[in-house]
Write a protein that binds this ligand. Structure first.
Ligand code: PEP
Ligand code: MN
Length: 337
């Protein structure tokens, strides 16, 4: 259920409505818009008495939200959400380009990469400190030391940092160093982790599970938002299909499908989506043409020597070429760089 408030609603009227909803043992979520404020009501709707709410001061209308995801739904919020992290905005007209290595390997490579991608026009930096690996014997990331290096890269470059959190116990330490917390494909349905990142206020980059449908992705976003953190960015990173020529199948159809269903921004990771360096540039262009709000790209100073995912990492030169292409493409699809 959503309660659409009148454009001239007063603070007291909003406050009274929130109190009223709490009294019904339901949870109010105030979604502020530039034109309208909306109060989304979640919980057991049997407790909801619609009529008395409709006649309360400041109310324009009370509408049922049919989708199972309420806060993430476009029915609750027509305006698109723009997620902000430092100097980076995701979901506005400007494309959000986030680049960096799969993992933080050491201080000098990370600082060197930060400087290079900044010069080439990236708006944010990625780099995993806690790595989810298929093999328990593979390098699992530099962990806390990696977080320190990422924080130093931010200080030097000014680029906001995006890094993955794997465990609810690490959320507060990762949130101290990162500007955006990444939930990886393997954890999209780790509900305890989703709740934990929902309870803090740094934005979340939520990757689509490699076998997840669109409603499952949106329900995972809802888990985060239901805790009061509305700053969620969705990320298509490829799904498992019978295709045997790329690591995953990058599902670009999901971009317009998500835009239809949610107000949240959508970005694309063509590095994990294809698993092949030569496919990353064409699929990046395709993602932007299809309406993606940004890209998450693996970029490494020496892809052939990368500890993880070198086969899908762009060199600085290739990243520069892609940025030049995007500068030409962006205005054609109503974006800027
Ligand atoms: C990553 O971004 O490095 C990563 C591990 O991604 P995913 O969860 O999409 O596999
Ligand atoms: Mn990777």
């Amino acid at each position: 259920m959503i309660i659409i408030m009148k454009p001239n609603v007063s603070r007291q009227e909003i406050k009274a409505m929130i109190e009223r909803i709490k009294k019904m043992k339901l949870e109010p979520h105030l979604l502020r818009g530039t034109e309208r404020n909306v109060i989304a009501v979640v919980g057991d709707e049997r407790n909801l008495q619609r009529q008395p709410l409709e006649i309360m001061p400041g109310v324009e209308s009370v509408v049922a939200v049919l989708k199972p995801y309420k806060l993430a739904s476009r029915e609750s919020k027509r305006e698109r959400t723009v997620v902000k992290a430092g100097s980076l905005s995701i979901g506005g007209e400007k494309l959000a380009i986030i680049a960096g290595p799969c993992t933080v390997e050491n201080r000098s490579m990370l600082l060197h990469t930060a400087k290079a991608i900044k010069r080439l026009g990236a708006g944010g930096m990625r780099g995993g400190a806690f790595k989810p690996r298929t093999s328990p014997y593979a390098f699992q990331g530099l962990k806390n030391q990696g977080l320190k290096i990422l924080a130093e890269a931010r200080r030097q470059s000014g680029l906001p940092i995006i890094t993955e959190v794997l465990d609810p116990r690490d959320v507060s330490v990762v949130a101290r160093s990162a500007d955006i917390l990444q939930i990886g494909t393997r954890n999209m349905q780790n509900y305890e982790l989703l709740k934990a990142v929902g309870q803090q206020r740094k934005p979340i980059l939520l990757k689509r599970g490699m076998a997840a449908g669109i409603d499952e992705l949106l329900m995972s976003a809802e888990y985060i938002m239901a805790q009061g953190n509305y700053q969620v960015i969705l990320c298509e990173r490829g799904i498992r299909t019978f295709n045997d020529y790329s690591r995953n199948t990058l599902d670009l159809t999901v971009i317009p499908a998500l835009k239809e269903r949610t107000h949240l921004p959508v970005i694309v990771d063509p590095s994990h989506g294809t698993g092949k360096r030569d496919y990353v540039i064409p699929m990046s262009r395709a993602a932007v043409a299809a309406g993606a709000d940004g890209l998450l790209l693996e970029v490494h100073p020496h892809p052939e020597r990368a500890m993880i995912d070198g086969q899908q990492s762009l060199s600085f030169e290739e990243f520069g070429e892609l940025m030049d292409d995007l500068k030409k493409l962006a205005p054609i699809v109503g974006r800027n760089m």
